[in-house]
Design a protein around this ligand. Structure first.
Ligand code: NAD
Length: 489
């Protein structure tokens, strides 16, 4: 399939069921694997957003008026379309994001799982009814919030939009999706498939753009809720701006995930899981292992970890990072740490891939003897780089984890259940694991970090998201005229 056929119209805005050009400037989208231009995408103006909001408002009465069981019918069909188009969707993720085939395919599979979860909403969203005093009944009903927006990052261009679209729409909302301008194509394809599945025009609209359109979303008086996934810097801006405009908001930010490794850890399991966690998706996962704290004598684990890491090769079983700027930033962190005294055991700088010399590749990198004060130990690198710190004291390892501003994920590697519990109880992260490099909770469990990795009350997926995408109406009724008068009457 040629790139042009693959993309179709997915690089345009999608408003009221039609692909349309924006009314503003355009930006080039590059293939991170080759550096070549693959599409132009509109950097929409506020007038584009106004049109999308008007389309969503026009669709809202009929869509929100359907029952939950009626709305999920569209998503049953959508799930089948995702499965039928899995090769094309995988290729698109690879093209715009630079992942290897297996990772892109796994992302599309995850999109199917998210859709299946949304299809189970009728079994999950149970309203409560109780006779609270004689003849008087109280009942809660989940009502959609209204017109909502979802702003998404580059690293999972297919999956992160599907964190929000199925749940929000099944629960009766109409949405504006603003994909990352670096990876706008998968969002357009999702809109196309949802239309084919029978989603009424205007229920989902895609407005492409950058900062300008995000700010317009936060300010728009007719948008009721904003979900955001991206860096902490922007999550703070979006959360502050959306909530100061009296919208509900959940904003997921960046991460610095710590793995605490004890000497009794199963060597093969620890080495393979840690290497996969730090290098998978080229380290561009908010759940990626980024810092490892080894407690005591762990040389044998580091040695095996380096062997496994050396078998991971850019362009083969490791994809590219998103841009030239990202490659330069990641390599700068490595060079700075080395200059500050850390020891680079596996060096991924200056990686190139034959035939793809214009691509943005960084090889997997392991750096030992990093100290907690170094930038590489504190900041989000977002590349295939593992910084190893060492201590002889488990409580010190926990203190290092706790000192991070972030709090997305943390894992401990040990075969001692008591110590694993000790660590899990004390680390300050929303998603914790034992002997697992990427402790992602799967549906129906919710996804969301703590501290500066998430702003807002609910999580973004799973059961917790039901509270974000709905508001509760509380009804009190008395139909029995014989029920006596009491203080509630
Ligand atoms: P980003 O913050 O640069 O961009 C995210 C979105 O914000 C994009 O749609 C972008 O157009 C918009 N944006 C960028 N700058 C803006 C500004 N100044 N004002 C308003 N909007 C702006 O993030 P990214 O580089 O696309 O994605 C990588 C980041 O996302 C990493 O920090 C990663 O950890 C994080 N992430 C977090 C999670 C999570 O669940 N916590 C999941 C995925 C990615």
């Amino acid at each position: 399939m040629t790139t042009k056929t693959l993309i179709g119209k997915a690089n345009q805005n999608f408003i009221a069921g039609k692909f349309t050009n924006g009314q503003h400037r355009e930006m080039e989208v590059l293939s991170p694997q080759t550096g070549e231009v693959i599409a132009n995408v509109p950097m929409s103006a506020k007038s584009d957003l106004d049109q999308a909001v008007a389309a969503a408002k026009a669709a809202y009465p009929a869509w929100s008026g359907l029952t939950l069981k009626e709305r999920v019918q569209v998503f049953y069909k959508f799930r089948e379309l995702l499965a039928a188009n899995i090769d094309e969707l995988t290729e698109l993720v690879q093209l715009e994001n630079g992942k290897i085939e297996g990772e892109a395919r796994a992302e599309v599979f995850k999109g199917i799982e998210l859709t299946e979860f949304a299809c189970s909403m009728p079994q999950m969203v149970n309203d409560e009814v109780q006779e609270v005093s004689k003849g008087v009944e109280c009942r809660t009903t989940h009502v959609p919030v209204g017109i909502v927006a979802s702003i998404t990052p580059f690293n999972f261009p297919h999956m992160v939009p599907l964190w929000t679209i199925p749940n929000a729409l099944v629960l009766g909302n109409c949405m504006i999706l603003k994909p990352s301008e670096q990876t706008p194509l998968s969002g357009g394809k999702i809109a196309e498939l949802l239309k084919e599945a029978g989603l009424p025009d205007g229920v989902l609209n895609v407005v492409n753009g950058d900062r300008e359109i995000v700010e317009a979303i936060c300010d728009h008086p007719e948008i009721d809720a904003v979900s955001f996934v991206g860096s902490t810097r922007v999550a703070k801006i979006v959360y502050a701006r959306a909530t100061s405009n009296f919208k509900r908001c959940v904003a997921l930010g960046g991460a610095k995930n710590h793995l605490i490794v004890l000497p009794d850890a199963h060597v093969e399991m620890a080495a393979t899981n840690i290497a996969a966690s730090m290098s998978g998706c080229a380290g561009q996962r908010c759940m990626a292992a980024s810092a490892m704290v080894g407690v005591g004598k762990i040389d044998h684990i580091v040695e095996r970890l380096c062997e496994v890491t050396r078998s991971i090769q850019a362009g083969n079983n490791l994809g590219s990072v998103i841009s030239k700027e990202a490659k330069e930033r990641i390599e700068r962190y490595i060079t700075e740490a080395e200059a500050a005294g850390a020891k680079v055991l596996v060096d991924g700088r200056n990686a190139t891939v034959a035939g793809k010399e214009g691509g943005f590749y960084v090889g997997p990198t392991v750096i030992d003897y990093v100290t907690p004060d170094m930038n590489i130990a504190k900041e989000e690198v977002f590349g295939p780089v593992l910084a190893i710190m060492r201590t002889d004291d488990l409580d010190e390892a926990i203190r290092i984890e706790n000192s991070s501003d972030y709090g997305n994920a943390s894992s401990v590697f040990t075969q001692n259940g008591g110590l694993a519990d000790y660590v899990m109880e004390r680390v300050s992260a929303g998603m914790v694991g034992v002997n697992i490099g990427v402790p992602v909770p799967r549906e129906p469990f919710p996804f969301g970090g703590w501290n500066e990795s998430k702003f807002g009350v609910t999580d973004i997926t799973g059961k917790s998201s039901i509270l974000f995408w709905t508001k509760l109406k509380k009804r009190t009724t008395k139909w029995n005229p014989d029920a006596w008068t009491n203080w509630m009457s």
